[in-house]
Design a protein around this ligand. Structure first.
Ligand SMILES: CC(=O)CC(=O)SCCNC(=O)CCNC(=O)[C@H](O)C(C)(C)COP(=O)(O)OP(=O)(O)OC[C@H]1O[C@@H](n2cnc3c(N)ncnc32)[C@H](O)[C@@H]1OP(=O)(O)O
Ligand SMILES: NC(=O)C1=CN([C@@H]2O[C@H](COP(=O)(O)OP(=O)(O)OC[C@H]3O[C@@H](n4cnc5c(N)ncnc54)[C@H](OP(=O)(O)O)[C@@H]3O)[C@@H](O)[C@H]2O)C=CC1
Length: 291
């Protein structure tokens, strides 16, 4: 079955990036969020990001105009039932995702494929709450979506071959590279990346280094494009903590214990770039370390 229309749930940093690349690849996109403000912000951000791509010669102005025309927004989740493929990219909380899929199910066409952009949560468990576990899988983009080459594709226990092939075809049409991961907590990228970020927070917590020295060390000493604390702020500290909790609960090993300092930042509402404060304070001209 050929996929033509894509529904995206959640217009945060991932939802807007996914809508951006899907529309440029020629798909009709219906973007949903509970907040009209989030939908308006996403449209503005996509327009700005595409304008930058135009100015760098990566796409033409015609590409940008045509892509933006292919995106519709809605606060009514059930309208997404008319699309061929749904990618859920709402907050990393299992109860939120389950409620979204439960609301969607009665409104889906028989052929609609359901996927989640979850960073860590069991695909098999999410699928089991729907009417179509065979047409359900993980479709995990990396941040920032327009720049990062990888998409992790995760089969749940019941995912069928046609569903996997249809999603792989979409990844190919985006010009990105698919990696297949088994359905275990946090899959491949976050199973490896998130304990490193958590360890960087422990390094800060134990006073081994400051925010600046930890980030500089990993940038200059290990050639990482961003330091681990800068990257944590970029991902969102709430998302980082949620992933560590899934690893800790799902693998029952103390080596995945979330650092209490990470928990404290999240409890303070200091979630990183999206709230303007995390391991750095972004409210001034240049980011200032908060420790
Ligand atoms: C948590 C999960 O579940 C999984 C994850 O996603 S984990 C996170 C994975 N992501 C990473 O590890 C990102 C690590 N960081 C990087 O790779 C780089 O710092 C970065 C690509 C984000 C920025 O690179 P940089 O060189 O510092 O900055 P900058 O020059 O501004 O950007 C590089 C290019 O990306 C583009 N870019 C950056 N953000 C963009 C966005 N949101 N949309 C479109 N283009 C963007 C820039 O326009 C620029 O393009 P050109 O090459 O044409 O100039
Ligand atoms: N950040 C990252 O680097 C990556 C994140 N992911 C995953 O992508 C998903 C989204 O993350 P991200 O974009 O960073 O998160 P954000 O916090 O930026 O965005 C989440 C969006 O979902 C909205 N939302 C919450 N509940 C609902 C709902 N019931 N229906 C519709 N929209 C809803 C939120 O609205 P409001 O703000 O009003 O609550 C918000 O606009 C998560 O599962 C995350 O793990 C995957 C790869 C990388």
């Amino acid at each position: 079955m050929e996929i033509k229309t894509i529904g995206i749930v959640g217009a945060g940093q991932m939802g807007n990036g996914i809508a951006h690349v899907m529309s440029l690849a020629g798909y009709d996109v219906l973007l949903n969020d509970i907040s009209q403000e989030a939908l308006d912000d996403a449209m503005e951000l996509m327009s700005n990001n595409m304008a930058r791509q135009v100015s760098r010669g990566k796409i033409t102005e015609e590409d940008q105009t045509a892509a933006l025309k292919r995106i519709r927004t809605t606060q009514v989740l059930t309208e997404l039932g008319q699309t061929d493929l749904i990618i859920e990219a709402a907050t990393e909380r299992e109860t939120v995702k389950q409620a979204i899929f439960e609301d969607l199910v009665p409104h889906l066409q028989p052929h609609t494929i359901l996927t989640s952009n979850t960073s860590s949560i069991s695909i098999t468990r999410l699928a089991s709450r729907t009417d179509r576990p065979e047409k359900f899988m993980g479709f995990h983009f990396m941040n920032p979506v327009p720049v990062m080459q990888l998409v992790e594709l995760i089969r749940g226990i019941a995912t069928d071959e046609q569903t996997f092939a249809a999603c792989k075809d979409v990844v190919d049409k985006l010009g990105k590279t698919a990696a297949s991961a088994e359905d275990f907590p946090a899959f491949i990228v976050n199973r490896i990346l998130m304990p490193m970020i958590n360890e960087a927070v422990y390094t800060l917590y134990e006073g081994v280094g400051s925010v600046q020295s930890i980030d500089s060390s990993m940038k200059l000493g290990a050639n990482h494009p961003m330091g681990p604390l800068e990257l944590a702020d970029f991902i969102g500290l709430d998302t980082c903590l949620a992933i560590m909790n899934v690893l800790h609960d799902g693998l029952a090993d103390t080596k995945y214990r979330p650092c209490p300092l990470l928990t404290k930042y999240v409890e303070a509402g200091w979630l990183g770039r999206k709230t303007q404060r995390g391991f750095y304070d972004y409210r001034g001209e240049a980011p200032v370390p908060t420790r």
